[in-house]
Ligand binder design. Structure first.
Ligand code: ZN
Length: 263
């Protein structure tokens, strides 16, 4: 039996054996290629859910499918917007179609439990739509419908941890783009990719509560950082990461039940 958790690194025979004998959940990180300020890499929204999914898979016996790297368009209020060089997004229909097709393929493999682990807020409702369409298609094809979970990983952070790490200055998740949480986790998981010396101190961006098109790019900080990441640290990153991994692992057991694949 293989102990590998990454589908892309398994042979088809090892993967088939795992599905047939252990009935593992398959976890699919869904990220973006999006500016995350001058200090974080464009793939930040892929790298964080990928790290959490791999750790949760090692705990629970799940398998991590390759990350969906391109996400839905960046919205100014939570991602800075589409006007940044490097931000590379796909239309909703493209994203939904790809996710729906992957669920159908996993159902054909006889996977019975799938969880999307979303790293980019703008993706969330399109993942929900893909789950709905996939279930409809799978049933029409006469395949057994898998159970599907969709979660933005940041949802797992508890209030006490937020209070402790932000010291009462937590803005809200949408303004945390490239801020303390993402920067801290990256310092914990991929420190070689973080350039802290490029950060400046500033408060949260003041953006309207509505969306407007074309939007006013002047309202978005030039750096793309919606709330300063000064104060980010690897220690905070470990605090966040450990809680995400534990809570996501617990959620997998809650949602899918204990089975040979959930150790
Ligand atoms: Zn992000």
């Amino acid at each position: 039996m293989t102990t590998e958790v990454e589908m892309s690194r398994m042979s088809w025979t090892d993967y088939a054996e795992a599905i047939a004998t252990r009935d593992p959940a398959v976890l699919i990180p869904v990220g973006s290629v999006e500016q995350h300020g001058p200090h974080l890499p464009l793939a930040t929204d892929c790298l964080i859910p990928e790290a959490i999914a791999k750790a949760a898979a090692r705990r629970t016996g799940a398998i991590v499918a390759p990350t969906i790297s391109y996400g839905y368009k960046s919205v100014p209020r939570c991602g800075g917007g589409q006007h940044f060089c490097g931000t590379t997004s796909v239309d909703a229909a493209t994203l939904i179609g790809q996710l729906r097709d992957i669920v159908r393929e996993l159902a054909r493999h006889k996977v019975t439990k799938v969880s999307f682990v979303v790293g980019h807020m703008e993706n969330l409702w399109f993942v929900t739509e893909a789950c709905d369409l996939a279930l409809r298609e799978v049933k029409m094809l006469g395949l057994e419908a898998p159970r599907l979970m969709n979660v933005g990983y940041w949802e797992f952070l508890s209030k006490p941890t937020i209070e402790k790490a932000f010291d009462g200055t937590f803005p809200d998740w949408s303004l945390e783009h490239a801020g303390i949480m993402e920067t801290s986790i990256m310092l914990h998981c991929h420190p070689e990719l973080v350039k802290m010396e490029r950060l400046t101190e500033h408060g949260p961006a003041t953006l309207p509560v509505y969306d407007l098109w074309p939007y006013d790019t002047a309202q978005v900080p030039d750096t793309g950082v919606l709330n300063t990441a000064k104060g980010a640290s690897a220690a905070k990153g470990k605090l966040f990461y450990d809680e995400y991994v534990q809570s996501f692992s617990d959620a997998l057991v809650d949602a899918f039940g204990k089975s040979p694949s959930i150790r």
